[in-house]
Design a protein around this ligand. Sequence first.
Ligand code: HEM
Length: 145
Amino acid sequence: MMMPNIHPTIVHFPIALLIVAFFFDASGALLKKVELTRVGWWCQSVGTVSLLAAVATGLLAKERIVVDSAAMPTLDAHEQIAFLSASAFVVLLFWRVSLKTKIPDRMRFLFWAFYSIGVSAVALGAWYGGEMVFRFGLGVKIFSP
Ligand code: HEM
């Protein structure tokens, strides 16, 4: 039996967790609550792992579905943005681990600037993903009544 395509199930985790991480970190810094920044760290680390899982399952999905030529440029953009955003978040993860997970005040602006670029790339890539499914019907089977 063939394994089901779990890419659409996985992708919501990195999108949600990586955005939520930013809000926990920002509110932790503003309110000076270390508990909030800890939640931010966990959301960022689990979000990064799930982003890598989204890339892996995306590559598997691509091998298995029929890609209409009209959808090809969208798939290419989706894939390239996924590689870029995953690389950015791996760098951000190692960066934060090297800081023992706490972002010092003097580095906060730089870290968040880079983080915002990463999150924007994830959102843009996900938008292309939605386009593939809802505009071009990739991975969707339409049954006639
Ligand atoms: C090399 C990496 C990737 C490839 C090759 C890829 C490929 C695909 C393919 C073929 C689809 C069509 C639907 C399907 O069969 O699942 C899709 C949908 C989608 N992908 Fe990716 N993907 C990759 C990475 C990512 C990443 C990192 C994200 C976001 C974190 C993402 C978000 C989405 C979304 C939101 C959809 C639409 C799902 C739906 O609404 O059903 N993909 N992707």
